[in-house]
Design a protein around this ligand. Structure first.
Ligand code: G3P
Ligand code: CA
Length: 272
């Protein structure tokens, strides 16, 4: 009895509803990053307002162990860290949360966003989860810390978690089997060998390997085929594609049967 009640609850969760949706999802990539600085609260707010099904973000660990939202492994491109501290290629993980919070993460994009700060994952979740679903991409750090954060906030399966690091996903799945996970690809190498363009195309082999990590979706670039999408579906796996910013390409991919489009302009793409 307990099992069936828990199963029903899991099936009704926001992440399960999205993974089981029959329509094509539109996912705001780093928020609505075409019109606001990526991975900031203004960008997430705009993606929500635009009606995105999910809002994607990336996270790292700060030097003192806080989960912070940033795409690059260094602070140079999307903050004023170099202007402030000098040098270059400053790793996110070399600075404490207090140091990161002193940075401006908006004015590089447009002066109107000056004063925008680097959000913590908690701050991003406060905003996005109020009416939407966060697609959390782990860029660095262990699975246990993210699992602990989601559990402490009762957010397991109210978000989706994805990564290019499939061993992280396997670790996450072992710790929290109910959480809906997505495997990102293609990676540039396999078994230490640089992959050719042909080897990076989504294939049965990639799909079979992804399934071993306990994932429910793969997130791929536009190197997908109808055969691979059909195979993924036959295995119960959804296929989401990134980063698609024009309607003809979105239409081509939807014709192949993809289940989600990650876009920098989620408000401007029409789902199928
Ligand atoms: O969500 C997939 C996509 O975000 C992966 O690429 O480099 O934008 O994190 P990237
Ligand atoms: Ca990402």
């Amino acid at each position: 009895m307990m099992t069936s009640v828990l199963s029903t609850m899991a099936g009704d969760s926001p992440a399960e509803k999205l993974i089981n949706s029959s329509r094509t999802l539109v996912i705001g990539h780093r928020g609505f990053s075409q019109i606001a600085p990526e991975n900031t609260l203004p960008s997430f707010k705009l993606a929500k307002t635009a009606g995105a099904d999910m809002v994607e973000l990336d996270y790292y660990h700060s030097k003192d162990g806080e989960l912070v939202v940033m795409h690059d492994g260094t602070l140079d491109r999307t903050t004023d860290a170099v202007a402030k501290w000098g040098g270059g290629k400053i790793p996110v993980g070399s600075k404490t949360l207090a140091e990161l919070k002193a940075l401006d993460a908006g004015k590089w994009f447009d002066p109107q966003f000056a004063g925008t700060t680097v959000p913590t994952l908690n701050e991003a979740l406060d905003l996005i989860q109020d009416g939407n679903v966060t697609l959390i991409e782990r860029k660095a750090g262990d699975a246990a810390t993210c699992v602990k954060l989601l559990k402490s906030r009762a957010l397991v399966n109210k978000v989706v978690v994805q990564s290019f690091d499939w061993s992280y996903l396997a670790d996450f799945h072992a710790l929290e089997p109910d959480q809906v996970l997505g495997a990102l690809g293609p990676s540039g190498t396999r078994d230490g060998k640089k992959l050719t363009d042909a080897e990076k195309v989504l294939s049965k082999e990639w799909i079979d390997q992804a399934l071993k990590s306990g994932v429910r979706a793969v997130g791929w670039n536009n190197q997908v085929t109808k055969e691979a999408v059909d195979y993924a579906h036959s295995k119960g796996l959804k296929v989401w594609v990134y980063t698609i910013n024009d309607q003809p390409e979105a239409n081509r991919l939807m014709d192949l049967g993809v289940d989600g489009i990650m876009s920098d302009l989620p408000g401007d793409l029409a789902p199928a």
